[in-house]
Each structure stands twice: as C-alpha cells, then as structure tokens.
Design a protein around this ligand. Structure first.
Ligand code: SF4
Length: 305
C-alpha cells in the first residue's frame, strides 16, 4: 500500500478513534515517524497510565504491550504483530520462580521488565535497566534473585557490593552476540571515539566500554558528550533517535549483530492494519493474573521515584 496514503489515514484514525501510538526506541524509522511517544520500556510503561486515550497501539514486543495493559486495563491495547516476541522473556517461567522461592524463602525476586506477565505475577518487584540499581539498593533484603538476564544481573551485582545477587541464566540474543574482539578492534582503530553500551551486553564488553547505560541513559549521555563521533553498543533502532536529536554528530554501531529481528517485525502496514481494526493482537489478560503482575510493576514505579 502507498506510504503517503497510510501516513494520512493513520493520522486521521488517531483523531477519530482517540488512538495513541507508542513506539520503542528499537522500532524501524517508518514506525517511529507515526508514533506519538517514543522511548524505552520504563518511560512507555509509566506513560501508559498517564495518557488519556481509548486505544494504545504498542509498537514493540509483546511483554511491553502486556505491561501497558496491566497498568491500563480500561484501554484497548493492540500489538500490531502477534509474533513480535522477546526471546529473553521466555527464558524463565513462573514455575521456575515458584520452585526457587520454595527452596530460598529468604530471597527477594527482582524481575527485569522483559518478562512475561506470568513471571511478573510471581516476582516481588520489576525493574528496567535504568531503574535496577536504584530499586535493588532500596530493598531491605540482602539476598536477591535477579531474572532473567545474566548480563544485566552481573553488571548490577558489580555496582551493588553489599547484596548477594544471584542471576538467572537468560540473555538477550542481540546484545549477547557482541564480541570482546569487536570492541577491542574499534578501540584500536578509533582510540578517541567513545563507546557507549547497554548492560545487556556481556561483562567482557561492558568492562571495555566508556559508558554503560540503558537506552534512555545512552541517548542522554550521547547528547551531552562533546564529541563529533560516537559508537553505540545497543540495538540499531536507537540510531534514528540519536541522529534526529544530534544532527551535528556521527553515530556508528559497535557491531552488525545489534539488530533485534522481533523489534523489526512491525511495519507501517501493520500499524495501519491495527489502526483500521483489521490486524494486530488485542491484548487480554485474565483479571487475577493482571492484579498479581500489577503489584510488581507498581512497586517498580514507586521505588524508582
Ligand atoms: S533487543 Fe533483546 S531484550 Fe530487547 S526485545 Fe530484542 S531480544 Fe528482547
């Protein structure tokens, strides 16, 4: 279908049906251009409660659309592509947490927001990469099980020395692919160029970076840096945002493997189909499960303040 026609129709439908479009930073440019709000998971989660609209079209992966529905059950939440799933979110199940708690009753379970609703329902608190350190620091308990990302868990445990943090063995199959040799090669080639990476990268990569932070922290830090060229070690979609905000700077990707195929599944056509009501997954969550998962998300929002 013609792009100009779809752009005009989406804009009309947004007004007629009181729709807001949320897009994660990792979405394709064609999707980001129709979004009302672009950001990371924490920003978009908080926003979903504050925005007054009837429908949210969430361009991201399923757990993100589910988080929006958990927080705003009265809104219709549509994920444009049903198959847009985060593989890491499925590396742990609620049964795994139940079993762990049975044997370790003195542990607090902290779940990265990149988890299924089922897992959130059994976790004590959720965190995002930008809030994890602050939230875990504020917990009274010394023993923490962090799920599911072992790389983020390892990064956090180095920053919080006075807690016993055990990490689950999940990982993001995009960030985890970045190799130590890639960062060494770039450092040797461009010793003056700062390298900013996401803590979902492996410890050996994180240790060599000039800055480590969540997507929003990378965007903020890159904007303030007095450098003309910056290397980015997170999903390629963030380059659209960085280039738009900093037209005078040059941004390159640390590794060609930093492409999340799930984040790239959503096209403008899918957003158009969702807006017309002819496509996408209408997110539904059983009420008892939603309320259980809501506790850990609300705890995250409260402790991140
Ligand atoms: S980038 Fe990694 S954590 Fe994010 S959605 Fe893709 S697979 Fe999941």
């Amino acid at each position: 279908m013609d792009e100009k026609f779809m752009l005009e129709e989406i804009s009309k439908l947004k007004k007629e049906k009181n729709i807001k479009i949320f897009a994660h930073n990792y979405q394709n440019h064609e999707v980001q251009q129709v979004a009302d709000y672009i950001g990371d998971s924490f920003y978009l989660s908080k926003l979903s409660k504050e925005i007054d609209c009837e429908t949210v079209i969430f361009c991201g992966v399923k757990f993100m659309a589910e988080t929006t529905k958990i927080l705003s059950p009265q809104k219709k939440v549509i994920l444009p592509v049903e198959e847009a799933l985060c593989p890491m979110a499925h590396m742990i199940t609620s049964q795994d947490i139940i079993e762990f708690k049975k044997h370790h009753p003195d542990f607090k379970v902290v779940a990265y927001v990149n988890t299924t609703t089922d897992v959130k329902a059994y976790a004590d608190v959720c965190v995002t990469s930008s809030t994890a350190i602050k939230i875990i620091n504020s917990l009274e308990e010394k023993n923490i099980l962090f799920v599911p990302d072992m790389n983020l868990g390892s990064y956090i445990s180095k920053k919080i020395k006075d807690k016993n943090i055990i990490s689950w063995n999940g990982y993001c199959n995009v960030h985890d692919k970045v190799k130590k040799e890639e960062i060494i090669n770039i450092k040797n080639k461009y010793p003056e160029v700062p390298i900013l990476v996401h803590p979902e990268c492996r410890e050996e990569v994180v240790n060599l970076a000039d800055f480590v932070g969540s997507t929003s922290e990378i965007i903020e830090y890159a904007g303030k840096l007095d450098k003309k060229k910056i290397i980015i070690g997170t999903e390629t979609g963030v380059l659209h945002v960085l280039r738009k905000l900093n037209p005078d700077k040059k941004f390159d990707l640390l590794s060609p493997s930093l492409i999340c195929i799930n984040m790239k599944k959503t096209t403008l056509q899918d957003v158009y189909n969702a807006a017309t009501g002819k496509g996408g997954l209408d997110i539904e969550i059983e009420e008892n499960l939603r309320l259980k998962a809501l506790n850990s998300i609300e705890e995250m929002i409260r402790l991140a303040r």
